[in-house]
Each structure stands twice: as structure tokens, then as C-alpha cells.
Design a protein around this ligand. Structure first.
Ligand code: SF4
Length: 432
């Protein structure tokens, strides 16, 4: 079917992986004639790529679906993504929703669009979890400088607090050679930096008999690729050979994102995480030993069931001692169907928020220390675009956000700069 003249609008909630997948869906629809328009515009088709990682993710997803319906009550409204897979019966109760498509179905949306007439009865098309086995490549081509490339999907870990394995299925990936082809296509569009994304990207290779190390060592040799950033990797999968590869590579950026989740071994065991604080600390030490100026971002969850005041303090003290650059702290969110609900010792919501704030304050101190330590040094920056009326921004190789007066000739250029001064966790000022 040809949809020439029809307008499609997209909204993505949640992670970078969702952004890459929305981009792939939008690209496929544009090939059929749709014109992509902003979400605030009146469109013929709205696609909402939902998130269900927390209660807030569910709530925001429902609000955005309602906003699409309000925007144009005549338009077809399609919900896809993790909430659509996990809670299709709940999504479909939002009056005006036409289609709820699961993890596998979201990549064949045109099958259900017909002539874009609103459905008399909303339809749900969701493949049961056990049968989800396809890997569909995706890559964000929205911005002009950095592209998020999906290299892996699904997760086999079943951490006790997480519903993602129930939404995305088993760990799977495409081959290293197919991923190289994806990277080459992205580079042909002018991108200078590629960020690898997935659910558990360190697990890459499970379905093709390869490893994450194989992928990284092959990608860093791709001609024309100037910057490759690794997304979040489970601490047990970030082994020494990978850290050593990043240390000697000019293409792999000195930037690590490690999901710690708690600095207490008791909590880590209840969470069914696959490492101890000792292993985590040794990973951070190894990075610092080989790449002293690397950016190390760490995820942590505050107020998980069973986290007493003492265990929170133990976690806080452990993190405080780590030489890391930034924390991404989130309050624990109960997810129905997860084993964590059975752990005794529920923490009051207000206390979860208070502990999250403590982590955020700690993060601000760590970021300031990291920025200050880098002042006076030179780094390369990939400039992205305007950050406000007068300034433009970009990131250094080690993920420091910098600002300089707007100069369009710098967009998508990699430039060596000196880091000069920093405000309160704001962007760092530079000298060219
Ligand atoms: S590793 Fe754990 S937290 Fe991460 S997606 Fe898998 S189950 Fe969820």
C-alpha cells in the first residue's frame, strides 16, 4: 500500500534502544510514503513506543497515548514497546487506541494499518514470550552526528527486580559481519560516532557463537569509523581483555557505563545480580589503571525491598569510595510478576526518594571532581549543534559535555580543545 501524502508522528519513551527502534520503524514507514512530522502536529498515524521499566514508565506511556488520541481523534494510534508487550490488556483500555503491537510485531506495523481507518474494536497482536526469537536490526538516524546502533536484544539474566526479560525475550543478536554492514551504512550517512545499544550488550554473541570482544575488535577496524562508544555493560561481562582493548584503541571511546544497582553484597544477592562489590571495585580499578581519564557512569537503585538503613549506608559508603565519574540513581519501583516483591522489608516511597537524593548529591560531587581533574588537559570533541541561542555543545572522547560560542562550521567536526573552566556540573568551557 502506498501512503504518500499521509503523516506519521512518533514518540519514544525509555532507553536508547527504544530510540534506535523507533528510528527503524519510522524509516520503514517513510519508505511506504509516510511523511514524518513532529508529535505535536496533526498526523494520520501516531506511533507511541512505550516503556515499562518503572511505574513512572507505565504512567508516562499511558499519558502519551492519550495525548496522541487528543491531538487528532481521527488518527490511527498504535502502541508498541515494552508496555505493549507486557500489559496489552491495560493499554487497550485507553479509549481511542487502535492497535497494540508486541515486541516482534512492532517491526511489521504496515501489516495492520490498512487504509488507516480507526478500528471499531482495538486489536492486540502480541507474540507470547517463549516464541520471541527474531532479531531486528535498528539504528537511530535522527541527529546528525551520533547514531545509536542496536547490536543485541533480550536478556537471560532475570534479575529479581526487572521485567525486561519478560518484555523482550531471550538474548539474541545478529552476526559480527552483519553488524559491520550496518555500521558502514550509518557511516555513509555522515555519522562520526556510533553508540552500541541493547538490553544486555555484553552478552552479544550468544545466538551466533561470537563474543562481545569479537564485535568490538571487528568494529574498531571499520574504515571511516572515528568514534565508537559502548553502552551499558554488566560488570561481570566487562572483562580485562575488553578494558585493555578500549585502552589501546583510538576508536573505542574511554567511556564506561556500569549498572551496579547496589553497593551492598546482601542486596546484590537478593537482586540476583551476577557479581559482588569486590568484583565491581576491581573493574573500576582496572579501568583507572589503564585509562586514568576514562568516564565511568554507574547505575544505582535506592530503596529496594530489604534495603534497611544499615544496608543503604553500606551501599552509599562503598560507592563513595569508588573512583567513578557520575551516578544515575533511581528509586526502586515495584514491578508486578517479579521475584523482588517477595523480599521482606518494603521501604517507604518517601524514604526511597530521600535515598535517591543522597545518591544524586554524591553524584554531583563526583562529577565536579571528575571535571576539575580534567581541567587544563586537551581532548577531542565532536560538536553536535546549538545548545541555546548563543552556544553550541559537544562531548569529549571521555564524555565531558563542553560548550563554546555557536559556529555552524564546527557541527559534526571532531576538534582538539583545551578544557578551561567548569560551572556547577554545567558544561565545561573550552579553548580551541
Ligand atoms: S541484566 Fe538484569 S536488570 Fe539488566 S535487563 Fe537483564 S534482567 Fe534486567
Amino acid at each position: 500500500m502506498n501512503y504518500r501524502g499521509k503523516k506519521a508522528a512518533f514518540y519514544t519513551l525509555g532507553c536508547k534502544l527504544n530510540y534506535a527502534e523507533t528510528s527503524a520503524i519510522a524509516f520503514a514507514l517513510q519508505e511506504l510514503g509516510f511523511k514524518r512530522v513532529g508529535f505535536q502536529e496533526k498526523a494520520d498515524l501516531y506511533i507511541v513506543n512505550t516503556c515499562s521499566v518503572t511505574n513512572q514508565g507505565d504512567k508516562s506511556s499511558r499519558n502519551i497515548i492519550r495525548r496522541a488520541i487528543k491531538q487528532n481523534p481521527e488518527a490511527m494510534v498504535v502502541a508498541v514497546g515494552c508496555m505493549a508487550q507486557l500489559k496489552p490488556a491495560e493499554v487497550v483500555t485507553i479509549q481511542g487506541t487502535d492497535l497494540v503491537l508486541g515486541t516482534q510485531e512492532k517491526f511489521s506495523i504496515p501489516r495492520w494499518l490498512g487504509n488507516l481507518e480507526k478500528k471499531k474494536t482495538p486489536e492486540i497482536h502480541v507474540t507470547p514470550l517463549k516464541e520471541i526469537n527474531q532479531f531486528t536490526p535498528a539504528c537511530s538516524w535522527g541527529g546528525r552526528t551520533r547514531s545509536f546502533l542496536k547490536v543485541q536484544d533480550g536478556c537471560d539474566y532475570y534479575c529479581s527486580f526487572c521485567t525486561i526479560p519478560y518484555a523482550r525475550g531471550r538474548s539474541r543478536n545478529q552476526s559480527v559481519s552483519d553488524t559491520i554492514a550496518e555500521v558502514q551504512q550509518t557511516l555513509a550517512r555522515g555519522f562520526k560516532e556510533i553508540v552500541l545499544t541493547g538490553v544486555n550488550i555484553g552478552d552479544f554473541g550468544k545466538s551466533t557463537g561470537e563474543t562481545f570482544y569479537d564485535l568490538l575488535s571487528a568494529l574498531e577496524k571499520v574504515k571511516g569509523l572515528e568514534r565508537l562508544r559502548i553502552g551499558s555493560v554488566e560488570p561481570n561481562l566487562l572483562n580485562d581483555p575488553i578494558i585493555e582493548l578500549v585502552a589501546r584503541s583510538n576508536v573505542l571511546m574511554p567511556h564506561f557505563h556500569l549498572p551496579l544497582q547496589s553497593g551492598s553484597d546482601s542486596i546484590l544477592a537478593w537482586m540476583k545480580r551476577r557479581y559482588s562489590t569486590t568484583l565491581f571495585a576491581s573493574r573500576v580499578r582496572k579501568i583507572r589503571e589503564l585509562i586514568p581519564d576514562a568516564f565511568i557512569g554507574v547505575d544505582v537503585i535506592a530503596g529496594t525491598n530489604g534495603e534497611t538503613d544499615e544496608l543503604f549506608r553500606e551501599s552509599y559508603d562503598f560507592i563513595n569510595k569508588l573512583d567513578i565519574s557520575q551516578l544515575h540513581a533511581f528509586p526502586y519501583s515495584e514491578r508486578s510478576g517479579t521475584q523482588a516483591l517477595k523480599i521482606p522489608g518494603k521501604v517507604a516511597v518517601e524514604e526511597r526518594k530521600r535515598r535517591t537524593r543522597e545518591y544524586i548529591n554524591l553524584s554531583e560531587n563526583k562529577l565536579r571532581t571528575f571535571y576539575t581533574r580534567n581541567l587544563g588537559t586537551r581532548h577531542t570533541v565532536l560538536f553536535e549543534g546549538r545548545s541555546n541561542k548563543t552556544q553550541m555543545a559537544g562531548f569529549t572522547d571521555n564524555y565531558i559535555r563542553v560548550e563554546t560560542p555557536y559556529d555552524p562550521s564546527l557541527i559534526n567536526q571532531i576538534v582538539s580543545v583545551k578544557l578551561v573552566s567548569t560551572g556547577k556540573n554545567g558544561p565545561v568551557k573550552i579553548a580551541l
